[in-house]
Design a protein around this ligand. Structure first.
Ligand code: MTE
Ligand code: MO
Length: 356
């Protein structure tokens, strides 16, 4: 496949980036206060158009190298044993807008992350019914949405290695926060892959295919790789890098969103997460010196953890930052890690505040 990549941009946003940013949306950072993000505040990333979908007639086909091809309606899936998981999803492109030069795509600053409670059938239960053959290497998930990227027409499709697909917490999800999926979140059925960046959780899921090779679709083979330079083979984006955010304190200015805070003790609240295991430490700093924040234990294995810190706010302009360290010892970098397409920017959040 060709490597038609859009040239990087420095400076002002292009019309196309603004259009993407209005179609999609981030979670307002004040919504970090919710353990579970209300559905309407959950971030959104939709590559093409939201497909027309009717839950009453929707069919999920399971085919390819399986002993028993299946065709399942939503009713049948809902009658199978259900599982509910609280899962933090983050877009692999989150933070892209802070990197210069930046890749022309959804220009996330830091708000492409949310947590929801997803209910569905473990994918493994359906695969066990279909019985993938001995030669199966990957399971491909095909969404109903279709369009062009890099000049290639395709449906949004992604794959997982068979062992990853069989993980007990990978869900075929039909409910979000106790209600049927909203159209923008993949109604009536989506894949949900905990711990992975959001691209793995294919929405509007209509076909599952067992194959005996590595899937070479656009969203798998061309996109979603960490690359130091265009043309590099790259490293596939998989699990979420360790990250943390705080609720910006005080009140914002409308246009620049700069914060104003009253002098005195300020309680800072935030969340931290990692796809590689529990977050073990969160640090907070005002103007450079790091202090340990109070970090809560995980309430669910795949959901963000709450943290808080106390700050003695003195008059003047200050820069607040936070950074997390996970169980593998990975710590957030102070500056964005370089990536051609702006993936995986987990550099520390900076919030400028004026204390009066
Ligand atoms: N079919 C389909 N699935 C998709 C996408 C898409 O455009 N089409 N976007 C992916 C990306 S990049 C992300 S980050 C998540 C976002 O899920 P959400 O919009 O429910 O938050 O969906 C993933 N699944
Ligand atoms: Mo994404």
């Amino acid at each position: 496949m060709n490597e038609k990549r859009r040239p990087p941009i420095v400076g002002r946003y292009m019309q196309e980036e603004v259009a993407l940013a209005t179609r999609n949306s981030g979670m307002p950072l004040e919504a970090l206060r919710y353990d579970v993000t209300p559905a309407g505040l959950h971030y959104l990333l939709i590559h093409f158009d939201i497909p027309e979908a009717d839950a009453a007639t929707w069919k999920l086909r399971v085919e390819g190298l399986v002993a028993r091809p299946l065709e399942l309606g939503l009713g049948e899936l809902r009658r199978m044993r259900a599982k509910t998981l609280r899962v933090t999803l983050e877009c692999a492109g989150n933070g892209r807008g802070q990197v210069s030069p930046r890749y022309p795509s959804m220009p996330w600053l830091e708000e492409g992350v949310s947590t929801a409670e997803w209910t569905g059938v473990p994918l493994s239960a359906v695969l066990n019914e279909a019985r993938p053959g001995e030669s199966v290497r990957e399971i491909v998930f095909h969404g109903a949405d279709r369009g062009f990227d890099r000049g290639i027409e395709h449906s949004y499709s992604r794959s997982l290695r068979l062992a990853e697909a069989m993980h007990e917490d990978v869900l075929l999800a039909y409910d979000m926060n106790g209600a049927p999926l909203l159209p923008q979140h993949g109604a009536p059925l989506r894949l949900l892959v905990p711990r992975w960046y959001g691209m793995a959780s294919v929405k509007w899921l209509q076909r599952i295919e067992a194959i005996d090779r590595a899937f070479d679709g656009v969203q798998q083979a061309l996109s979603y790789h960490f690359r130091a330079a265009a043309g590099d083979p790259g490293i596939p984006c998989t699990r979420m890098r360790v990250n943390a955010l705080m609720v910006p304190p005080g009140i914002p200015e409308f246009f620049g969103r700069r914060r104003t805070v009253e002098a005195g003790e300020v309680e800072i609240l935030g969340r931290a997460w990692s796809g590689d295991g529990e977050v073990k430490r969160v640090q907070f700093s005002a103007d450079g010196a790091w202090q340990d924040a109070a970090l809560e234990a995980p309430v669910a294995p795949h959901a963000w953890q709450r943290w808080s810190a106390r700050w003695q706010a003195a008059r003047g302009v200050h820069e607040l930052r936070c950074r997390a360290t996970d169980a593998t010892g990975a710590i957030q970098p102070l500056e964005p890690p370089w990536d051609v397409a702006g993936f995986g920017n987990n550099s520390v959040q900076r919030v400028e505040v004026l204390v009066r």
